[in-house]
Ligand binder design. Structure first.
Ligand code: PRT
Ligand code: MG
Length: 214
């Protein structure tokens, strides 16, 4: 495609990217929450949005199926951002990667005892690195969602997950005990497109950069 293809996931990334794209004169003509279309035309005939799973955005951009996209830093750290140009922190979809345990679980004590903790998470690589750096022995259990359930159901002692308001932890009697890393979404750009489509991409990237909160 001659025009620009933008990879976005539904939900918070889509919602929070809208004002940034609008600054570049790009307004999707359909809402992915109500439409089943996966390719959305926009107010610009030379730009379209492809609707992807949050974890798939880097893949679409890496292979050039999309020229640019938006991905959470959690996804980029966990799966690697190789082959992607990441020029801009968009400061949207902000949250914190945390370790959480059931209220009342004595994590420090368990660690001092040298216990092997069972930790459930979608973020196996981030968790492995975090606990290795602290010298805490863990067995990691891979989950694909609803990490908060794991300690309640007896699957794990702790979880590594994203926290924004803290409401989900609270509602499930969990407490965050360690901060791993601050997360926000980044603009990701295909490296070949950056050269070959520079004339179109550069002004879009500039407009987005200008609309990012200071
Ligand atoms: O939901 P789905 O399985 O389709 O995919 P996804 O979870 O990968 O996508 P989505 O749209 O939920 O998240 C996209 C990106 O938003 C993530 O990759 C993060 O970079 C970012 N983000 C920001 C968050 C949150 N805040 C967040 N709070 N992603 C997930 N959450 C979840 C968290 O996992 C926990 O279950 O929200 C819950 C906690 O929220 P609070 O407000 O109760 O603390
Ligand atoms: Mg989600």
């Amino acid at each position: 495609m001659d025009g620009i293809t933008i990879a976005l996931s539904k939900g918070r990334i889509f919602e929070e990217t809208l004002p940034l794209l609008a600054a570049a004169g790009i307004v999707p003509l359909e809402n992915p929450e109500s439409s089943r279309k996966l390719i959305l035309p926009t107010s610009r005939s030379d730009a379209r949005v492809v609707v992807v799973r949050a974890t798939d955005a880097p893949t679409y951009v890496r292979y050039g199926a999309a020229d640019i996209g938006v991905a959470g830093r959690d996804v980029l750290i966990e799966n690697g951002g190789e082959g992607l140009y990441q020029p801009l922190d968009l400061k949207i979809a902000r949250c914190r990667m945390m370790v959480a345990v059931p209220a009342g679980f004595d994590y420090e004590h368990a660690v001092r005892q040298g216990a092997r903790l069972k930790v459930a998470t979608k973020y196996i690589n981030i968790a492995r690195e975090h606990f290795a750096a602290k010298g805490v022995h863990v067995d990691l259990i891979k989950l694909y969602g609803s990490m908060e359930l794991a300690p309640l159901a007896g699957l794990a002692d702790a979880i590594v997950d994203l926290v924004s308001t803290g409401g989900t932890l609270k509602a499930n009697d969990l407490v965050a005990i360690e901060h791993i890393v601050d997360i926000s979404a980044r603009l990701i750009v295909n490296q070949a497109a950056l050269k070959l489509k520079r004339e179109k991409l550069a002004p879009i990237m500039e407009a987005i950069a200008g609309a990012v909160e200071p």
